[in-house]
Structure formats: C-alpha cells, structure tokens
Design a protein around this ligand. Structure first.
Ligand SMILES: Nc1ncnc2c1ncn2[C@@H]1O[C@H](COP(=O)(O)OP(=O)(O)OP(=O)(O)O)[C@@H](O)[C@H]1O
Length: 938
C-alpha cells in the first residue's frame, strides 16, 4: 500500500475527487486524520478504560465523534443515530477522513500529492497540519525519514524530483530551492542558519509573502533535502509535555520552491545562464545542441506547515516556560482561527486579520490567497481528547469554506529579466567583438608604424643611394664626355691624320663601324643618363617634402639652440658679475682684516708704550723697585700690605693695571707730595734726557670724558705708522688723571678731545698743558716752546702753577681764558683722524689710559696719606703729645695700656726708624734723597 502507486502528475487526486461536491473550495481542501490510540490512552485513566470516540464512515469523508460510539454507528460504521440527548455525537464531512489505520502513503497520495505536484505547474501550495498536541501532526508531516512511515515532507521531495526526472517535456528545466523556518514565541528564525533569528515577513508583487533574509538552499536530490530537514529538525524547539514526550513548541514551515523553465524549440534567444537548473531526463539528450527560447518560467512555492499543538493548560499542566509557550501557541492558533472565521464569513468580505500573528501573516497566501491548500486536521480517538477533537473538527469544518484563488505563477518579470540578460549578453558580445577589433586595429597600427619606420629608413637609404647614383651619373657623364672627346679626337685624327688615317677614313666599312660604335656608346650613355635623371627626379620629388620638413625641424631646433645659448650667456654673465662681487667682498674683507690686525698691533704697542711710560716715571728712573717699595711699606702700603694681601693686591693690580704703573705712582707721590715725571714721549725718538716736565699734583678724580694721551701713544703710533709721529704730539698725563697734550711745533692744532680748545694752544710751537681741573670748569693750557722732536722738560711744581722761565728753555705757561671756549666742541684732529680709522679706538685707548691714571692717583693718595700719618706720628712721638691728643688713644693704638710712656715712645721711635730705613732701602740708592725729603717734610 505504501509503494508502487502510480505517480500521475496530471491526476488531480483529492482535488479531482472533491470537485463537484460543492462542499469545499476547489483550492482549499480539508482532511481529517485520526491517529491510533497511544499506549497510555489504551491503558485508560483510572477506572475508566480506553474508549474510542471517532469513526469514519465508508467513503472516507465523514467522521463521527461520539461519547458512545457503539450506540450511534452500525456494523458498517455508518452513523444510524446521533444518540439524541444521551450522547454527544458529531458528524463532520471533509474532503477526506483518514482513520486510525490509514497509512502515511495513502494520506500523502490522496491529500498531498496533487497539491505538491501543482507547484510544478507554477502554483503556490500549502499543506498545513493542525490539531491538538500529541495528535500526530509531526508524524503526518515528517514521520520517519525512510520506510513506510515516511511523512508528507520526504514523500513530497521524492515526488518532486521523480516528477522532474520523468517530465515528458524535453525542453523543461527546473530549479529547486528549500528553506526551513520556525515561529517560536512569535519570533521567526531560520532553522538552516541558526544565527538568523527574528526575521521579518515581507510581501511584494512578484514573490508574494516571504521571509526576508531566510536562507534558500538549492537542492538537486532528495538526499540533499533530507539533510536540510534533519538539520532543521535538530534545531526546532521541542519539549516534553504531559500529552507528548516530544512536543513541538513552535510552528515549523518547510518551504520548497520549484522554478520550471520551459524552452520551446529554437529561437534567437539563448538559454539563461547561471542557474543550476535540473534537467528532466527526457530533455537531457540533445538539449544542449538547440538554441531554445525562454517561453516561460513558472514558479511554484510549497509551504509544508507543522503547527504547534493547541492545548488546554489545565490538562497539560504546563507551568513556567511551557506555560508561556502554550500561551503563545494558543494565541497564534486563535489568530489563525480568526483569520479563517473572517475568510469564511458569509457576509461581505471583511477585514482579514492576517497581521495579528506571525503565523497568519506567513500563511496569508495559503489562507484565502493564491494557493492550493490542504489542511490536515489531526485528532486523537480517545474519550479524554473528546473536547479537543470536537474543537479541532469544528475548526476544520469552518476552514473548509475558505475560498482560495490559485493561479499559475508565470514569472513574466523573470522572463523579461532573462531577456534583458540576453540583450545584455548580446551587447557584451558586441562590445567584446568591438574591443577585439580595436585590439586588431591597434596591432595594425603598430604594424603600420613599424612599416612607416622601415619606409623611413628605406627612404633615407634611397636618398643615400640617389646621391651615390648622382655621383655615378656625373661620373659616367664625365666618362661619356671624355669618350666623346676621344671619339672626336679620333675622328679628327682620322680626318686630318696622315695617309693611314685618311686611308682608313676613306674605308667605308671602317667609317661605318666607327660611326656605329660611336652611336652605340652615345645611345647607351644617353639612355643611362635619362634613366638616372628620371630616377633622381622621382627620388627628389618624393623626398623634397620630407626634406622640407626636416629643414623646418632643423630651423626650429636652431632657433631653440640660439635662445638657449643666449640664456646660457646671460646666466654666465650673471655668474661672472656675482663672482666679481664676491671677489670684491673678499678683498674688502681682507682689507678690513689687515686693518684690524694693524689696529691690534697698534693697541699692543700702545699698551706696551704706556706701561713703559708709566715705569719710566721719575721714581722709576731713580731705580725704585716697585715691589721692594711695596714690601718696605708693609702695613703702610694700605689694607693689602700683608704678604697675602700683597698677593691679592698684585692680582688686583694685574686686573686693573700694571704694577709698575701703581708703583711709579706711589713713588711719585712719596717724593715730597709732588708728581714729577719725565716725558716718555721721547722714547725711541725724543728721549727726555736733560729736561723734564713737572706737573703739579692734582688728587681729584679725572673729569669724565677727559682725553688722556701720552708720548707713548705718539711713540706707538710712530712705530706702527711711520711718518705720523710728527703730526702727533707727545702726550703726558698727570697722576690725578688730568689729560694734557704736548704740542710740538709741527703739530697741527692738536686739542683736547671732548673738551674745549684753548685759544692759545694753537699759537706757536710749545707745550700745551690742558688742565680742566684748574679754575673750576675752565681749561688752561700752558704752551712750552721746545725744539722739534725734543720735548722740553719742565721744572718743579712752580712751573705748573705760574708762568716762568724754565731752566732749560723758555716756558710759556698760557692759561686759557676761563670759559672762553667752554661748550665749543673741538674739531676732530685731521691728522689723527687720518691715521686712526676709528675715532672710537682713540677714545677707547685714552679711556684705558685714564683708568690707569685714576688707579695710580688713588694709590698715590693712599700712600700720601700713609706718609702724612707716619710723619705726624713721628713728630708727635718726638715732640710729645699734642694738647688734644689722648694718651689712651696712643695706648689704645698700641693695644697696651699698661706700658710706661718712655718705653712706648722708645719703641715707637725705633719702629719708625726701622720703617724709615726700610723705605729708604726700598727707594734704593736715594736714601739721602729720601731722608732729605723726610727731613724736608718734617
Ligand atoms: N497515525 C499515526 N500512526 C501511528 N503513530 C502515530 C500516528 N500519529 C501520531 N502518532 C504518534 O503519536 C505521538 C504524538 O505524535 P506527534 O508528535 O506527531 O503529535 P503532534 O501533534 O505533533 O504533537 P505536538 O503538537 O505536541 O507536537 C507520537 O509518538 C507519534 O508517533
């Protein structure tokens, strides 16, 4: 019964049986299947034994549900009475009713096969299993994967592929795809792609209702479908309930889509590409050789729905998660009932609440839409399921009034799309061909270019050959000419020759022969010349244009070269001028460096001369050793008189000036409180032997800005700048920092810098002593006449104070009028300015000399004060204390108040004597002078 039934795709089966009955829609069939009692049902409940409540009347269309079945049916199974009020008895008519023993195969063949195969004609189809939990929905839809218990799904797959293989239409091709989804707790998920959950249900004109994002698997054999089903079933939500050990807790939908492509005989359109069409067996042979046209593509979609079972919670005892699942299941089934109720409402078609649940939304096409649908309502036979069975039968009975309008889904759009693809393919082919031609054209172009290059080379070769030919032509022409001349000579020789020649000439045969030979040669060369000439003209004609072009190119290149050369020349000139500028800068820099070196040398020389000049002070001339004097003074030399202090003082002196300067200053101050110096301006040129200049001491500070010059300056300048010593006056300076200038007869208006010039200084040759410290702000100048290059020495301090005739010569002390030139800037000395490139350097030198003079003056003051104190004490010690003097002071000074006065005096006296002796020794060899001074001072 399970096998060997004929597969007849043209047999509508259930639909054929149902047609004409008027009880159900043509496209919506409702069948009922009663499962056999389960073992637990057969065992009964408590004292109540199992009792069957269902019976199928002969003809398999009517089902009787009764609480007391034996009372209402006869032996043949026909219901003879409804039991009256005694028993609840119901009788329903459906398209088919399968009793408990009905095998899977029969259910499939009668209720599913025609629906399934209708998708091969392009219909939508659906098989929906509905019923209470545990009544056999899953068993009916899936069953076993092999054997007689195979359910509708595996049989559907088998039939689809069997049909395709046995399709009598040789040009038909099929594409089979499969999907598997579940609705669990109102969430749609893909059972073949677990990661895809919570999918959305969409609808469009071409595809109808579909699940967006649901995977579709192309299958080529039943085995592939089985694999997918097994995978999906393993992921489906199931659970054990009181009524079913493996209860489906979700609605499962297996989707199979079959696309059929029918291609009648040859048209211009080619076959569609890309889709893995499954060819029917009869169409495989020879089909490849034809060029079929796409007549139509029919798309059939089959929904195989295994609903979750409705259940009464108080019966199943569900709690927790199961309770929630039950609620969701019942809610969606309730929505399904509402949709069916709306669809079967005899009144004017009202709103269909498809969107009340995912299930009804998904089954929208299958319920009242474009679909051929079979609903299989499953019921249990036991009395305990009586109410659920009655509910299910009522539900199914209502559903059988659903009107579906099924039509073939001929995918015109897709056909159009395929035609569009064909057009695109043709366009691409044309494009390919065109590009191929382009490739060919490019190759031809390359070949042509290559040929052109070769032709160019040939042309050049031809020109070369032409030139050679021309030369050859000229050569032959010359030869011809020579030959003609030779012939003419021969002829003339014959004509005018001797007897032998005349004789020959007169021989007609010889004459004719010669003439022929001459003509022959002439013709040969003339022809040759003509040919060459023609060849030359041809070559020249063809080459003239090329030659012109080359000429143009050459001219253009020549212009470019000229322009570039001009630019290069400009750049070279620019480089040369820059180089010259650079050289000039270098020369100037060298000049400056030379000048700097010279100035440096001058500075060194001047410094040295200044030192020498300071050392050559009168004390120095007397041979006083500054260091010896320093040592001799000891504590009297000032705060730094101790050896350690001396060392510090020496360091200080090295920083501030040379020791010789300070020692000389000290010595000078020691000599009777007067500064007596010998001008060092004569060093090297005008030694001051026999004369000296004595300037009155001035112990005030040098005024700011006063100019100090000395003979050393002139000497230094004269050494470094030969010829200038005549224009520079020897300069001396006083120990107090007063600047003076010695103006010789050949000097030119040398005046103090930064001060006012004395009117008298410019008159006559003489020594001008500028003493701005005298008479307040006025400056005074003393002019001392002296021989050229020989400085006149002045006498003692009286010279500085008043004019008088010096012993060595006339000394005219011309004091400048007080304030006469005050405020009038002195003009710069032209001679000095010519020598010194920078007046600032002169100023710097003079400022340095001024600083040294200040230092000397300061030291001198210290020494003078010491000496005065020393002398006062000596006087005091010798003559006794002055009336105002305090003994305590004396004692205190000695630090010994207990000493007797005579003893102290003796000690002080001896100390002073020792001091005087030391000082005398220090100034060496002049102890008499020193003593005289001391005595004079006293
Ligand atoms: N026609 C049948 N012949 C033999 N056994 C059947 C038949 N129908 C159902 N059964 C058995 O009944 C039990 C319940 O069946 P099934 O699981 O298919 O019920 P269901 O309606 O799918 O339940 P649920 O809604 O809870 O999933 C299973 O053990 C199944 O083998």
């Amino acid at each position: 019964m399970d096998s060997n039934y004929p597969v007849d795709p043209h047999d509508d089966g259930l639909y054929q049986q149902a047609s004409g009955t008027g009880s159900t829609s043509e496209n919506f069939k409702v069948v009922v299947r009663i499962r056999p009692p389960l073992p637990r049902e057969l065992r009964g409940t408590g004292l109540r034994a199992y009792q069957c409540t269902t019976a199928v009347e002969p003809g398999d269309r009517n089902v009787i549900l009764s609480e007391n079945l034996p009372a209402v049916v006869n032996q043949q199974g026909n219901m003879v009475t409804d039991g009256g009020a005694l028993y609840n008895t119901y009788r329903f008519t459906f398209d088919c009713v399968y009793d408990q023993q009905c095998p899977q195969e029969l259910v499939y063949r009668q209720s599913a096969q025609q629906v399934v195969l209708s998708i091969l004609q392009g219909y939508n189809a659906a098989i929906i299993a509905y019923g209470q939990t545990g009544t056999g929905k899953t068993y009916t839809m899936e069953g076993a994967m092999d054997g007689p218990d195979r359910g509708i799904i595996p049989r559907t797959v088998e039939d689809i592929f069997t049909y395709i293989v046995n399709d009598p239409e040789p040009s038909s091709k099929y594409l089979v795809r499969s999907s598997y989804l579940q609705i669990y707790n109102e969430v749609v998920s893909d059972l073949l792609k677990p990661e895809r959950s919570s999918l959305s249900i969409r609808e469009d004109r071409r595809r109808g209702v579909f699940v967006e994002g649901l995977s579709e698997w192309v299958v080529r054999s039943p085995a592939e479908v089985y694999q997918l089903m097994q995978r999906g079933q393993s992921l489906r939500a199931t659970g054990a309930t009181k009524l079913n050990e493996v209860s489906s807790r979700s609605h499962a939908v297996c989707v199979i889509i079959v696309e059929k492509c029918t291609t009648p005989a040859a048209t211009e359109d080619g076959p569609p590409g890309g889709a893995p069409w499954v060819r029917s067996s009869s169409s495989t042979a020879g089909a490849e050789s034809t060029v079929p046209a796409i007549q139509s593509i029919k798309v059939g979609k089959l929904n195989l729905v295994d609903l979750a079972g409705s259940e009464r919670v108080h019966v199943t005892g569900a709690v927790g998660r199961r309770l929630e699942e039950s609620k969701k299941i019942n809610a969606s089934l309730s929505a399904l009932g509402n949709v069916i109720a709306a669809l079967t409402d005899r009144r004017e078609r009202s709103h269909i609440p498809y969107r009340d649940s995912k299930l009804t939304r998904l089954l929208e096409d299958s319920l009242g839409g474009n679909c051929r649908t079979t609903m299989i309502a499953t019921i249990a036979p036991s009395l305990e399921a009586f109410q659920e069975s009655l509910s299910t039968l009522k539900f199914a009975n209502r559903a059988k009034n659903i009107q579906n309008e099924a039509h073939v889904n001929e995918d015109v759009d897709q056909r159009t799309l395929l035609r569009k693809y064909e057009r695109e393919l043709r366009r691409l082919r044309d494009e390919l061909a065109r590009r191929s031609r382009n490739v060919v054209d490019k190759r031809a172009l390359l070949v042509a270019e290559e040929q052109a290059k070769r032709a160019e080379a040939d042309k050049l070769a031809a020109l070369t050959a032409l030139q050679e030919r021309s030369r050859e032509f000229l050569r032959e022409k010359e030869e011809k000419r020579a030959l003609e001349l030779k012939i003419q000579a021969m002829q003339s020789q014959l004509l005018s020759g001797g007897s032998s020649g005349a004789a020959l000439q007169e021989v007609p045969a010889v004459r004719a022969m010669l003439q022929r030979e001459a003509n022959k040669v002439k013709e040969h060369y003339e022809a040759r010349i003509r040919a060459l000439e023609a060849e030359r003209q041809d070559a020249e004609g063809s080459a003239s244009a090329e030659v012109d072009r080359y000429k143009q190119l050459l001219l253009k290149q020549r212009d470019i070269m000229i322009a570039l050369t001009a630019r290069l020349n400009e750049r070279d000139e620019r480089i040369n001028s820059l180089q010259e500028e650079l050289d000039a800068y270098d020369r100037y820099q060298r000049q400056l460096e030379d000048q700097l070196d010279a100035k440096t040398t001058e500075l060194i020389t001047l410094r040295k001369a200044a030192v020498e000049h300071a050392a050559a002070s009168p004390a120095g001339l007397r041979g006083v050793d500054p260091s010896a004097l320093q040592n001799a003074l000891g504590d009297w030399a000032g705060p730094g008189g101790t050896p350690g202090s001396q060392q510090q003082q020496q360091q200080q002196q090295q920083q501030q000036g040379t020791p010789q300067d300070l020692a000389a200053a000290a010595t000078g101050s020691n000599a009777g409180g007067h500064m007596a110096r010998t001008s060092s301006g004569g060093v090297g040129e005008a030694p001051g032997a026999g004369g000296h200049l004595s300037l009155s001491p001035y112990r005030g500070p040098a005024p700011p800005g006063s100019v100090l010059a000395n003979g050393a300056l002139a000497a230094g300048l004269s050494r470094t700048m030969p010829g200038l010593h005549h224009s520079l006056p020897p300069l001396v300076y006083s120990a107090d920092g007063t600047a003076v200038e010695l103006q010789g007869p050949d000097s030119q208006d040398v005046t103090p810098r930064g001060s006012t010039a004395s009117a008298g200084s410019a008159t006559g040759g003489g020594l001008s002593i500028w003493r701005p410290h005298m008479s307040g702000n006025s400056s005074s100048t003393s002019s001392l006449p002296y021989p050229s290059n020989n400085y006149q020495n002045a006498q003692q301090s009286g010279v500085s104070q008043s004019a008088g005739a010096p012993p060595g010569g006339s000394v005219a002390m011309s004091h400048g009028q007080v304030g006469h030139n005050q405020g009038t800037p002195a003009p710069p000395p032209s001679g000095l300015a010519d020598v010194l490139a920078s007046p600032g350097e002169v100023m710097e030198l003079r400022a340095a000399a001024l600083t040294a003079a200040k230092e000397r003056s300061a030291l001198q003051q210290i020494l003078d004060s010491k000496v005065r104190v020393m002398l006062a004490e000596i006087i005091n010690e010798v003559s006794g204390p002055s009336p105002g003097a305090s003994t305590s002071t004396m004692y205190t000074r000695d630090g010994d108040g207990s000493s007797s006065r005579p003893q102290v005096l003796l000690e002080r006296l001896s100390a002073l004597e020792a001091l005087v002796q030391r000082v005398s020794d220090a100034i060496g060899g002049s102890s008499g002078g020193g003593a005289g001074s001391r005595g004079g001072g006293a």
